[in-house]
Ligand binder design. Structure first.
Ligand SMILES: *[C@@H]1O[C@H](CO)[C@@H](O)[C@H](O)[C@H]1NC(C)=O
Ligand SMILES: *[C@@H]1O[C@H](CO)[C@@H](O)[C@H](O)[C@H]1NC(C)=O
Ligand SMILES: *[C@@H]1O[C@H](CO)[C@@H](O)[C@H](O)[C@H]1NC(C)=O
Ligand SMILES: *[C@@H]1O[C@H](CO)[C@@H](O)[C@H](O)[C@H]1NC(C)=O
Length: 434
């Protein structure tokens, strides 16, 4: 028997209809903002709520940066760190996630929180694959101001594992963690597949200051923030470059699968000479480069009036005529994979053929292949064993027992790849450990 009277029922159904019609069309709802090391939830100046980190961490202790007033947001000031008594491997584990693709962003800072003037060395993995390496001593500005790092990863098992591995006795540290579900087909997953993590090596907005979630009130459905391109431009080509901006509406924006915001295309740089970006990379990996354009100069009225070539590491990879592809005031994106880089600098050059070259933004992602992970039945069995044996924290039995494969992840456990090298299996347990 329902307790609702007909009138309140009517009111309720109105409530159900209204938010739906007002809601944005972005369909991926799973989203977490965790203020690591905070026992209460906090709200930032953009009215975003950050939850306390209880329930999600495996162990560790909390602290606060040494100069809290130097940081803008509450979630940047508190930290969780993992001292040796927590074991070599510790994790944040977010359960009950719909299987899919996720944007994951961390804020990492040292700011001499422990008074030891020693920034720590540690590794970070996502879903058992090594993604970030922090090595002591960190550059001065990084240690003091901290840094946001982000990536896109598939979570197939309904549980996100973000794990930390300590070198020597250095305690890994983290200040905040954001997780946002994104379109599984974004960033050309149809071709690249779901066996890579895309680690951000630069997400540039051409001709404007940094903007996006966490930096300004501008929205981006994926949670991406866009950094100024000024520091990445090659110095020898700077003189002829100018910024252009429009308030006109740009079509083709906020569309699946990449949901690029309109703001990205409303500013650009143009140059009658070549535009060159120098991007820092790590050698040996493949990089996915995403180019963004929109013709926002109303004096360009037909195809052939603005034409330029794109050169990646001096190789001519395509010719671009934005108007010919999409017309004007419309977003146009193009991407390219640069394979097996041999140096630590990737150059991207736009060379004018007719008129001036123009670019609105540029993204560069390392394609990090997924590491092998432990066969699922063994993960379940080992977690049960951990419970029944009451394995102490200092053994670091957290996350996947064998992954990443180059971590000596769980103390006393030896792992090796299975026959066809599709997974790892536990080959030995040191019985003297209990
Ligand atoms: C945040 O919310 C408060 C109260 O609801 C409001 O006054 C303020 O304008 C909001 N700020 C932003 C940046 O939206
Ligand atoms: C660069 O490559 C494109 C197609 O890949 C081609 O149309 C263009 O002519 C090339 N540019 C030069 C200068 O060779
Ligand atoms: C990558 O390049 C190095 C030399 O720079 C070469 O030895 C290696 O075989 C290449 N790997 C692949 C997969 O092409
Ligand atoms: C087993 O653990 C003991 C004590 O920690 C250690 O001395 C020994 O080397 C370990 N054996 C193996 C095979 O890892």
């Amino acid at each position: 028997m329902s307790l609702l009277s007909p009138s309140s029922f009517f009111f309720l159904s109105l409530l159900l209809v209204l938010p739906l019609s007002l809601a944005s069309s972005y369909p991926y709802k799973a989203s977490y903002r965790i203020d690591c090391g905070s026992a209460t939830s906090t709200t930032d100046p953009f009215n975003t709520t950050w939850q306390a980190d209880d329930r999600y961490y495996t162990s560790g202790a909390t602290s606060i940066v040494s100069e809290p007033l130097h940081f803008r947001f509450p979630h940047e000031k508190t930290l969780r760190y993992f001292p040796p008594s927590s074991g070599k491997k510790n994790c944040y584990i977010i359960p009950n996630l719909p299987p899919g693709r996720y944007y994951i962003r961390t804020f990492t800072v040292y700011d001499n929180y422990d008074g030891k003037s020693h920034s720590p060395s540690f590794d970070v993995s996502v879903e058992g694959t090594l993604v970030f390496s922090w090595r002591s001593p960190w550059p001065e500005g990084l240690a003091r101001d901290g840094a946001y790092s982000d990536l896109f990863a598939f979570v197939k098992d309904g549980e996100l594992d973000l794990c930390f591995y300590s070198f020597a006795t250095d305690p890994p540290v983290i200040a905040s963690l954001e997780v946002q579900q994104i379109d599984p087909l974004s960033y050309d997953a149809a071709t690249i597949g779901n066996n890579h993590i895309l680690v951000n090596y630069g997400r540039l907005t051409s001709g404007s200051n940094q903007w996006g979630p966490g930096f300004s009130n501008d929205a981006d459905d994926f949670g991406r923030s866009w950094q100024s391109d000024a520091a990445s431009r090659s110095p020898n080509a700077k003189s002829s470059i100018k910024s252009v901006t429009t308030r006109e509406r740009i079509t083709n924006t906020n569309q699946p699968p990449n949901y690029y915001p309109m703001k990205l295309y409303q500013t650009a740089i143009v140059s009658s000479g070549a535009i060159q970006y120098n991007l820092a990379v790590d050698a040996k990996l493949d990089y996915l480069i995403w180019f963004h354009f929109a013709e926002i100069d109303s004096s360009v009225t037909k195809a052939g009036q603005r034409v330029f070539d794109i050169l990646v590491n001096d190789k001519n990879v395509t010719r671009v005529d934005i108007f010919n592809s999409v017309g004007s005031f419309a977003a146009y994106s193009w991407h390219y994979v640069a394979k097996n880089l041999s140096s630590t600098e990737l150059t991207v050059k736009l060379v004018p053929v007719v008129g001036a070259a123009l670019i609105s933004g540029l993204e560069n992602y390392a394609l990090v292949p997924n590491d092998l992970s432990t066969v699922p039945e063994q993960v379940i069995a080992m977690r049960a064993l951990k419970e029944s044996l009451r394995v102490p924290d200092r053994m670091g039995w957290n996350g996947d027992p064998c992954a990443p494969t180059n971590w000596d992840a769980w103390e006393g456990i030896t792992c090796h790849p299975n026959k066809d090298e599709t997974a790892v299996v536990i080959s030995q347990m040191n019985s003297s450990l209990w």
